[in-house]
Ligand binder design. Structure first.
Ligand SMILES: Nc1ncnc2c1ncn2[C@@H]1O[C@H](COP(=O)(O)OP(=O)(O)OP(=O)(O)O)[C@@H](O)[C@H]1O
Length: 230
């Protein structure tokens, strides 16, 4: 087991927005987190990354409580939103910076980026533009590529498909599928099709609680569609 969530609660005012008794994640699992707006997905991810503190309970990453240590930071990469980027850098400068934090040389970073030609659709590199001047979808591509560049053991992506064009969504699915088994991945998504395609386990949350937690099979998409059509 690489991650465990124990009696996790986040309360704002009189509202409990996350209330998860237990989730255990095995190494190599690709877990999709689905649930309607306000279900608590982003709040959960923010606690997983120690960006906010739980009201109660804990998240254990390889035997370490993420809010009490920082070993987990060396093998965890994430992209939740544009706040993870540095607006006044070009993508190349940003990749070099993230690379330097992970002991990658400029040459390593350039070599890594050559695989991303298709994903970037020739719009990211050598443009001379700052990240702040890119479209939202292209900013997301920068953030996801920077997270993958770290070759993390744990990858966390919040709604990665949301701002991407259909072609790039499919390319992203292929990138994620290529890593299946070697990386433990947590992806939240409103795209039931993509999330069941990429993930081998789905956790369905409603009002902060886990309603279903199951392995994906050929019936999963139908089950999810019927749940959400109610
Ligand atoms: N800082 C905060 N103060 C008060 N309430 C908050 C705060 N952050 C989140 N919430 C509330 O917590 C609930 C869960 O929000 P969250 O963003 O985690 O949901 P989500 O599942 O990611 O939704 P979406 O699919 O819309 O992105 C919402 O009701 C939200 O209003």
């Amino acid at each position: 087991m690489i991650l465990e969530v124990k009696n996790l609660k986040k309360v704002y005012g009189d509202k409990t927005v996350v209330n998860i008794e237990n989730i255990q994640i095995e190494q190599g699992e690709t877990v999709g987190l689905v649930g309607n707006n306000g279900a608590g997905k982003t709040t959960f991810f923010r606690m997983l990354l120690d960006l906010i503190r739980p009201t109660e309970g804990e998240i254990i990453s390889k035997n370490e409580n993420v809010s009490q240590g920082d070993n987990w930071k060396s093998y965890t990469a994430s992209f939740l939103d544009e706040g993870f980027l540095i607006d006044y850098l070009t993508p190349e400068e940003y990749f070099t910076f993230i690379g330097s934090l992970n002991n990658l040389s400029i040459a390593d970073v350039s070599a890594y980026l050559t695989q991303y030609g298709e994903f970037f659709n020739n719009e990211i590199l050598n443009s001379g533009k700052y990240i702040r001047d890119f479209s939202k979808g292209n900013q997301v591509k920068v953030g996801i590529a920077a997270a993958l560049m770290q070759k993390p053991e744990i990858l966390i992506l919040d709604e990665p498909f949301a701002n991407l064009d259909p072609t790039t969504q499919i390319r992203l699915k292929n990138l994620l599928k290529a890593q299946t088994g070697s990386m433990t991945t947590f992806i939240s998504s409103h795209d039931l099709n993509h999330v069941t395609d990429v993930c081998n386990r789905i956790i369905l949350v409603e009002k902060g609680k886990v309603i279903k937690d199951f392995k994906t099979d050929e019936n999963t998409l139908k089950e999810l569609e019927s749940y959400f059509s109610a």
